[in-house]
Design a protein around this ligand. Structure first.
Ligand code: GLC
Length: 529
């Protein structure tokens, strides 16, 4: 572990323009043959991530959990689940990552716990009106026998957001709120014990050497007074909308200001919030100087491969943070979102567009988040057998929505057949045979692979002075194309049309497709200086 306190804190924090690599630990690499990725697997592959050139790792939750939602249901926030290798293995990951000059950011889940957390078990046992229940959101039901839920809120994963419990006398009793699965009861952030415990967890990990946190559902936590019914009920699953009373309530900012005070005791560390808020002003509120350092902006991940929409997403993402002096974040995909190769149409065109978009993204000012497997150009796996599906959305939607497993299939490392070096056992989700062409081993050998493109692009972004400066300026470009120049002089040109265009003057330092006679092919991006 490093003693950061002795180091001077640089004027430009490391995270402002860092490339973060998101590790979904279940799917990254398995070291013990149980078919589920773990921290030992990650430790063994740190050399790969160093070679890729990323500055920091974001680990999806590895705390103790019954895994009802892939670890986002935490039963002990101050321990590592044995499935992932226990706390000693996390210490090794942190130490080795630091030796290789990579930072480590952990995922923390403040909005809810697991239903197996000792607090929730105690709440069930203690009964209505008890201090134990006051840590969660228990309410009496509506109707004569209290057998209707306290309000009409749906759960994000399908079905109602309330579950009724049995009281000690065996009778149906109160209801508890769970915006996600029933195994994820929402905490009551108006209870000071809840904040105090979360702060203790933050200090626990920061003292162990982690470099910050990704804060799950950072626009959740605060609930509207009286938990009123939702008007214009939005029952789409996994959806986001600014008028949703379940999220983005003003009280959330008081919570972030409190958590920021803890972060400020560890000046090298960063807190990045998952904030699904569209309105730029309201989004910007989360990254005011006394709240989160950064927040995920999902506009690019929600944007089709169309230049008007891409330009709009870039402008809006920059505008949202400019007013409060924060830096932008960019992300094309994560463990909740369909993989970009598939989103952009799949096949050769999907690959070409994903190549074009990573060059666009890495040319932008701010922090970039790469989801594991994106650097291999993995597509979504949309034909997983029903029996393999693990996302609670599948069950909760009554088997009408397949959920997010398709973007969580394990990474192919080497060899010709599944499990492609991911595990010596049976992978927790089946891996497509066609991924033999997408293994790390094969892609390292080829200069024209997605992996080589990522490596070259990340390296150039670090070493070239043309990437300097916080701003960008749009350039005139033919219809269906866009071009911008960074303060430092980098020119990024994207061609989203079906035919090649002539590049402007300048030296091409990298392109997502081969350039001949200064022509930038369809579905591609070039960097010029
Ligand atoms: C966040 C996570 C998602 C999880 C949910 C509930 O949106 O990214 O994977 O299911 O929170 O914790």
């Amino acid at each position: 572990m490093r003693d950061e306190s002795a180091e001077a804190v640089p004027s430009v924090p490391w995270w402002r323009s860092a490339v973060f690599y998101q590790v979904y630990p279940r799917s990254f690499a398995d070291s013990d043959g149980d078919g589920v990725g773990d921290l030992g697997g990650l430790r063994d592959k740190l050399g790969y991530l160093e070679l890729l050139g990323v500055d920091a790792l974001w680990l999806c939750p590895v705390m103790r959990s019954p895994m009802a939602d892939g670890g986002y249901d935490v039963s002990d926030p101050r321990d590592i689940d044995p499935l992932f290798g226990g706390i000693a293995t996390l210490d090794e990951v942190i130490a080795e990552a630091h030796d290789r000059r990579m930072r480590v950011v952990m995922d923390l889940v403040p909005n809810h716990t697991s239903d197996q957390h000792p607090w929730f078990r105690a709440a069930l046992a203690a009964g209505p009106g008890s201090p134990e229940r006051a840590r969660y959101l228990f309410r009496d039901g509506r109707g004569p026998n209290g057998d209707a839920p306290p309000n009409n809120w749906p759960s994000i994963f399908g079905g109602p957001a309330w579950t009724r419990v049995r009281e000690a006398d065996g009778r149906p009793g109160q209801w508890y709120l769970h915006i996600f699965a029933p195994e994820q009861p929402d905490l009551n952030w108006e209870n000071p014990e809840v904040a105090a415990d979360f702060e203790q967890a933050m200090r626990f990990w920061l003292d162990r050497g982690v470099d910050g946190f990704r804060i799950d559902v950072a626009h959740g936590m605060a609930k509207p007074a009286g938990l009123p019914d939702m008007a214009g009920l939005d029952t789409r699953l996994l959806s986001h909308n600014d008028d949703d009373p379940r999220f983005n309530n003003p009280g959330v900012h008081q919570i972030h200001r409190r958590l920021r005070k803890v972060m400020d005791e560890y000046p090298h560390a960063v807190a990045i919030g998952e904030v699904w808020v569209d309105d730029n002003t309201r989004f910007g509120e989360y990254v005011r100087p006394d709240e989160l350092h950064m927040a995920f902006n999902f506009r690019l991940a929600e944007t089709p491969f169309r230049v008007d929409r891409i330009r709009d997403a870039v402008d809006n993402s920059l505008n949202a943070v400019a007013a409060v002096g924060a830096s932008a974040t960019w992300t094309l995909s994560n463990h909740d979102i369909e993989r970009e190769v598939t989103r952009y149409g799949g096949g050769a065109a999907g690959q070409a567009r994903a190549r074009a978009m990573i060059l666009l993204e890495l040319a932008l000012p701010g922090a970039v988040f790469v989801y594991n497997g994106a650097e291999l150009g993995l597509p979504n796996v949309d034909d997983l057998p029903d029996a393999a599906l693990r996302d609670p959305v599948w069950e909760r939607s009554g088997h009408t929505q397949r959920g997010r497993d398709g973007c969580r299939v394990p990474l192919p490392w080497e060899g010709e057949r599944s499990p492609f070096g991911f595990t010596t056992g049976t992978p927790w989700l089946p891996m497509p045979p066609a991924w033999a062409q997408l293994t790390v081993e094969k892609q390292l050998e080829r200069l024209d692979s997605m992996l080589s493109l990522y490596r070259m692009a990340i390296e150039l972004r670090v070493v070239r002075p043309e990437f300097a400066g916080p701003g960008l300026e749009w350039y005139g470009s033919p219809p269906g194309c866009l071009a911008f120049r960074r303060d430092g002089g980098l020119l990024c040109v994207l061609n989203a049309t079906d035919s090649a265009i002539l590049l402007p003057a300048g030296d091409v330092v990298l392109a997502s497709a081969p350039i001949t006679a200064r022509k930038l092919p369809a579905n591609s991006t070039a960097w010029l200086v």
